[in-house]
Write a protein that binds this ligand. Structure first.
Ligand SMILES: *Cc1c(COP(=O)(O)O)cnc(C)c1O
Length: 363
């Protein structure tokens, strides 16, 4: 079976044991020199002043929301097609998600929908760069800032994606990353970070990730929690970061081969493959999705759906707030399918996926 993702080939020939042993020999496990080193290297990579690492990507969004002053009762604008991660963080601070629709071509926040939502006077906007494609960040940012509203980027699927030569994560007031193992930059466990150019936000983020401490055992800021990256994950991320651009390039090559092969099939592929695309997931729209997935499975190809249930239809939250129509979100979630695309995926495996998709359309 060709899996959706595998880090076996990706991690081959990399020495993680040496780096982990150094951490073990140092006997310093949390917020030490590996974390400091990774934070400065990752800030340089994104092209921002500060990186504050955290325990995972969802905590990163929650703490970023707190750092920009979002409180209980506030509205936070977000999309509903990105796996409930931003919604989890918004609920965790006691705020309310205000869902808006997406643009059908890129599946990220619609500029018109944001304009509509800003009339409700939200405290903040979270823009998710989904599948490795950047949202229309320039227009979204201009709109939000003109209304005096802070903008947080969710870059958990877009490490290394660019707009006009500037990285995902360098546009918003703050930006959140996840280093979950399957992400474009993944640890061997959980990890996350918030990046920013704003000195004050960076200082607040550092206190909020550690109990709200202004100094050891002195709580100077309300709303803190414990969310720290550990030294072993940081050491592993420092080995992987220099390889991120080449891994993204090989993800893009696979997406490019798929796009070429599927061009005349009537298969509605989403990725526009240029340098701005980090190719986190290769997603297409297809009628009769279940039949397609069954067929690919019988040909030895794993598929998945990102994501089957929009946030405003999740069973645990029964009275969602939406601004305007959610038609694109609602209609597309029934047709989305994700194909295998990961660095180190063998050429023959890519051939097998292409042959299986073609066979489905020829039958
Ligand atoms: C993975 C992901 C997150 C959350 O990251 P975790 O580290 O799993 O908490 C947030 N947003 C998006 C878009 C993601 O894909």
């Amino acid at each position: 079976m060709i899996p959706l993702f595998s880090d076996v080939a990706m991690n081959r020939n990399l020495d993680f044991l040496g780096a982990v042993k150094k951490v073990l020999d140092r006997h310093w496990y949390v917020l030490g020199e590996e974390v400091t080193g990774f934070e400065s290297e990752f800030a340089d990579y994104v092209g921002v002043g500060y990186c504050v690492s955290m325990a995972n990507g969802t905590d990163a969004i929650e703490i970023a929301l707190r750092s920009v002053g979002v409180e209980s009762g506030d509205l936070v604008v977000t999309v509903a097609n990105a796996g409930f991660y931003s919604s989890t963080a918004i609920h965790a601070v006691g705020a309310t998600p205000l869902y808006v629709d997406i643009n059908p071509s890129c599946m990220t926040m619609s500029v018109d929908a944001l304009a509509e939502a800003l009339k409700f006077k939200p405290k903040c906007v979270i823009v998710t760069h989904l599948y490795g494609q950047m949202a229309n960040i320039k227009e979204l940012l201009a709109l939000a800032h003109a209304a005096g509203v802070m903008l947080i980027e969710d870059c958990a699927q877009s490490h290394g994606a660019k707009t006009d030569g500037h990285q995902a994560g360098s546009w918003g007031d703050a930006a959140c990353f996840s280093f979950y193992p399957t992400k474009n930059l993944g640890a061997m466990g959980d990890g996350g970070a918030v990046v920013t150019n704003n000195d004050e936000l960076a200082a607040r983020l550092k206190t909020l990730r550690q109990y709200g401490w202004s100094s050891k055992y002195h709580v100077g800021h309300a709303g803190g929690k414990n969310s720290r990256l550990d030294e072993m994950q940081a050491a592993i991320l420092r080995i992987k970061l220099p390889l991120l651009d080449s891994w993204n390039a090989s993800r893009r090559d696979i997406a490019f081969r798929y796009n070429e092969a599927f061009a005349n099939l009537g298969f509605d592929a989403l990725p526009s493959v240029d340098d701005s695309f980090a190719a986190h997931l290769y997603v297409a729209r297809i009628q009769n999705r279940d039949a397609f997935r069954e067929f690919l499975k019988s040909e030895g190809v794993a598929t998945d759906v990102h994501y089957p249930v929009p946030d405003h239809w999740q069973a645990a939250y029964t009275q969602p707030r939406v601004a305007g129509s959610m038609e694109v979100t609602d209609s597309s979630c029934k047709n989305l399918v994700t194909l295998p695309c990961f660095p180190g995926m063998a050429d023959e495996a890519v051939d097998t996926v292409i042959a299986a998709v073609k066979k489905y359309f020829e039958q």
